[in-house]
Design a protein. Structure first.
Length: 396
């Protein structure tokens, strides 16, 4: 996706919001139809039947008929694809969309002249029943675009994203490999010794966010004051998300250009960030601490950096078993839990090798990807230590 900042006029913004409302209404109706299904009942309607029902609804309700049939039918098409992904066990079940949170719609069958450049930094895109809407021409639009999606985030910013599959970054051809260890204190430590940290809010911004959250608790629900406070909070959080996405893009591009092979741990991030609150019958423990850890993991961009690496360094990302990578000495191969003195310090009790703990783990990840540890002999052991199993390689 190539995303650009949309700059609609007040009248155009109102029309875009109507499109978002129609798409959300149609999507939620489809969710309700499928949620009503139970074993023994007639199956939920498919895409063709839902389109027929939409035609009847447009004939009956003028406010729905005033919208774009392209936007509304595409919402049904997107829902059908979401259900196919759910049954294919690649995505979660489609859920309700809420006003102000999941605002957006998609336009298909885009022709070559539906997006054009006006000046060096200004372009415009043709939106059904809205007209030409301007956007920031920050880079060239990829060729062969057949669809685009218009979205509005919680901070009130509009974007247009043109669907295109970019070409992967070619390998440098030097035969170099790198291991990357993801953490909370350090977002990504490389086997080269580099420490990479995802940017967050500055201290002044964090202090302002805390003040706004206190105001939000005291503000009356549905009041104008509460709406202003929520908008200010959304702007701060959007700023943090933008910085993290920018860091992910630049870091993944740099790694794809510098190294032929990039080795990472095969982590189940979805399971690691699952809530610990439990149920009424079996409530969880240390829920607040676990929630803080979950936020730190997500703020470090663990999943985003690997996802973008797999796109840019196609076929060059190797995932290894994370077992014992933080306890094993990258110099002699001894696996000893006591060698990790603290979160940042590693000192091998066998050979005396000392290094940053995250960098040591990254070098173990690189060694595992390159078959540096013999599967037949295994690492030598001394004292109360454990043998490390042979890493399992998953090439993506």
């Amino acid at each position: 996706m190539s995303r650009y900042r949309l700059q609609p006029s007040p009248a155009q913004e109102q029309a875009l919001l109507e499109h978002c409302g129609h798409a959300r209404f149609v999507w939620n109706l489809a969710v309700e139809q499928h949620a009503h299904w139970k074993p023994g009942r007639k199956s939920a309607p498919g895409f063709a039947e839902q389109c027929r029902q939409l035609t009847e609804a447009r004939a009956e309700f003028e406010w729905l008929r005033g919208g774009s049939i392209v936007v509304q039918q595409q919402a049904l098409k997107d829902f059908a694809q979401a259900m196919a992904n759910f049954f294919g066990k690649t995505h979660r079940r489609p859920t309700w969309r809420r006003r102000g949170q999941s605002e957006g719609f998609r336009i298909v069958a885009v022709k070559a002249g539906d997006a054009r450049r006006l000046s060096r930094s200004v372009g415009e895109v043709k939106v059904p029943k809205v007209g030409w809407v301007r956007f920031r021409w920050s880079r060239v639009i990829p060729e062969g675009v057949k669809s685009y999606r218009i979205t509005r985030d919680r901070a009130g910013r509009w974007h247009v994203a043109f669907a295109a599959i970019p070409e992967p970054i070619p390998a440098p051809g030097t035969g170099t490999a790198v291991g990357a260890d993801r953490g909370v204190a350090v977002s990504a430590a490389l086997s080269t010794g580099e420490m990479l940290n995802a940017p967050t809010l500055r201290e002044q911004e964090k202090a302002r966010l805390r003040r706004l959250l206190r105001k939000l608790v005291k503000a009356k629900r549905s009041s104008n004051r509460r709406g202003r406070v929520k908008a200010a909070i959304a702007k701060l959080k959007a700023r943090e998300v933008d910085r993290r996405k920018d860091w992910v893009e630049k870091t993944s591009t740099d790694l794809a250009r510098r190294f032929d092979v990039i080795a990472v741990e095969d982590l189940n991030i979805k399971g690691m960030t699952r809530s610990a609150k439990g149920t009424l019958e079996a409530p969880g423990k240390n829920v607040q601490a676990k929630a803080g850890l979950n936020r730190s993991i997500l703020a470090a961009g663990w999943g985003q950096i690997i996802e973008r690496l797999e796109h840019k360094a196609l076929g060059r990302v190797i995932k290894v078993n994370p077992a014992y990578t933080s306890q094993r000495c990258s110099a002699c191969g001894i696996v000893d839990a006591k060698s990790r003195k603290s979160q940042a310090a590693f000192a091998c009790r066998s050979c005396g090798y000392a290094c940053n703990a995250d960098v040591n783990a990254a070098r173990n990840i690189e060694h595992a990807a390159g078959h540096a540890v013999s599967a037949r002999e295994g690492p030598r052991v001394a004292g109360r230590v454990h043998r490390e199993p042979q890493p399992q390689l998953l090439i993506t």
